[in-house]
Ligand binder design. Structure first.
Ligand SMILES: Cc1cc2nc3c(=O)[nH]c(=O)nc-3n(C[C@H](O)[C@H](O)[C@H](O)COP(=O)(O)O)c2cc1C
Length: 401
């Protein structure tokens, strides 16, 4: 039995993991290599009427010490003309990738129906399994009234989705932008326009940093003359955006329980995959983790996800979908002031004192050292959870008193 298989918007996936539309899906060579390693499917790099000319460099990193936690990019769409995809790459993928590998095209056009209809019709003829509408790229495209410019406006989203809907019977996914206050009206517009499924999230608009030695914002886009160094706002992705992705996916899953969702944003291992499934996604797309660690992560992530399901007794992936949603409520509905305090598990505590310092200055002065172990004074502890946040050793538990 394959516990990982799932049906999504009428398409069967042998496992829920897809390459998202991004550099790892930029051409046939990449996609076929990923397909042969066991990925469930791909959303191809977004194509438009005209190929893109990109700045160099176009990626920036957010690090905490030696650890990469996020990345931003100012890359745009496919650098190859549409005909390369329709005449060469997609037919090659269909010939050379395993038959059960799902191929989804991604398109972007201006906010007029003709472009969306024409791109949809052209791509549908190639034999792809579904089409994703990119109304969510936060950089470059909005300046041209494309991408997130459309995706921030419900009327435009409905209009372009309708145009694509009229042009094909294939499943349509609409990829949504997190650069909005509320994603629900946008998702509603996509569904009204005829979307079969939603994908969320695209990248979060950001300025990744500044090179303080040269006062240059990052990433640096170099001119032909090396002294020309400019930058612009880009799209932030990777583990650091996962909380934003989980928020939006859970909100649209709660609002539209009958619409399948492809979760995206910082998925890097079995645990983050399960988090997205539990808040309502039923397929999962990955970009950054592949860019950092390669296509081979699919082996570990599927093996570990199966291991988790076996350990917990889940027979099928569908059982996980939306499992955490009933526990998300409003702040007002939360129980207040339960008699809860922290307790230090002495076997786990390494005596690093981080919780003592944090609780003294950011909390309630409730933790002190006893010998080499931290100890919570129950009468002072407020149950806020800061000690558990700062503890590297998983040594804090909470007890009702
Ligand atoms: C360099 C780069 C290029 C991207 N290009 C596209 C694109 O062409 N179309 C698209 O829909 N999303 C694009 N994305 C966004 C990703 O598909 C994905 O939504 C985002 O990176 C969040 O997932 P992650 O945290 O796994 O990276 C791009 C992301 C990166 C880093």
């Amino acid at each position: 039995m394959n516990r990982l298989e799932i049906d999504f918007a009428g398409v069967h996936f042998k496992n829920p993991f897809m390459l998202s539309s991004a550099p790892p899906s930029m051409d046939a060579r990449h996609v076929i290599r990923a397909a042969r390693l066991g990925w469930g499917g791909v959303v191809l790099k977004t194509v438009s009427e005209e190929p893109t000319v990109d700045p160099r460099t176009r990626l920036g990193a957010l690090r905490k010490g030696p650890n990469l936690i996020g990345m931003n990019n100012i890359e745009l769409l496919s650098r190859k003309p549409l005909t390369t995809w329709t005449d060469d790459w997609i037919p090659q993928m269909k010939r050379e990738a395993p038959e059960d590998f799902v191929i989804i095209a991604s398109i972007m056009s201006s906010p007029e129906p003709e472009g969306w209809a024409s791109l949809t019709e052209t791509l549908a003829q190639t034999g792809v399994d579904a089409i994703e509408l990119n109304v969510s790229c936060p950089h470059g495209s909005p300046e041209k009234h494309q991408g997130a410019f459309i995706g921030q406006n419900p009327e435009l989203v409905e209009m372009v989705t309708k145009a694509a809907r009229k042009a094909t019977d294939l499943p349509l996914l609409v990829k949504l932008t997190p650069n909005v206050t509320d994603m629900v009206p946008i998702a509603e517009a996509a569904i009204k326009g005829g979307a079969d499924a939603l994908s969320a999230i695209n990248t979060v608009e950001s300025l990744i940093g500044v090179d303080v030695e040269t006062a240059t914002p990052l990433p640096v886009s170099y001119g032909a003359d090396e002294s020309e160094q400019l930058s612009t706002y880009g799209g932030f992705c990777g583990p650091a955006v996962r909380p934003i992705g989980l928020r939006f996916v859970s909100q649209i899953a709660q609002a539209f329980p009958d619409t399948p969702i492809s979760g995206i944003g910082g998925i890097e291992d079995w645990r983050s995959a399960v988090e997205y499934l539990m808040v309502g996604a039923s397929t999962l797309q990955i970009c950054t983790a592949v860019m950092w660690h390669g296509f081979g992560i699919i082996k570990r992530i599927t093996k570990d996800l199966e291991g988790f399901m076996e350990r917990k007794g889940y027979e099928s992936l569908g059982e996980l979908v939306g499992l955490a949603l009933p526990k998300i409520t409003t702040w007002t509905a939360l129980p207040k002031l339960p008699p809860l305090v922290a307790r230090v598990n002495e076997e786990q505590c390494t005596g690093c004192k981080k919780c003592v310092i944090a609780c003294a200055d950011g909390g309630y002065l409730a933790i002190q050292m006893r010998g080499n172990t931290a100890m919570v004074k129950a009468d002072k502890c407020d149950g806020c959870g800061l000690c558990a946040v700062i503890c590297d050793d998983d040594a804090i538990e909470f007890i009702h008193i």
